[in-house]
Write a new protein. Structure first.
Length: 74
């Protein structure tokens, strides 16, 4: 369900030894949602940069973060 691996390890009473049975067998979460969101943020940021008409219009990192937050992506 996306909870930290530690929780599953504790529930299954597994140790954190050399062979990570919890990660190899029980953890099948692929982080698709998180990867998709990261790709959406990256697309938004690139669009903000490449649509500028001049280099002087390119927003700085703090402005880009603010715009991403306002867009609901962050």
């Amino acid at each position: 369900m996306g909870l930290p691996k530690l929780y599953a390890r504790l529930m299954l009473n597994h140790s954190d030894g050399e062979n990570d049975v919890t990660g190899e067998v029980y953890m099948q979460y692929s982080y698709d949602f998180e990867k998709r969101r990261a790709a959406q943020v990256w697309e938004f940021i690139l669009d903000q940069i490449v649509t500028c008409k001049t280099p002087d219009e390119i927003p700085n990192l703090e402005e880009l973060r603010g715009r991403a937050r306002c867009s609901g992506l962050l």
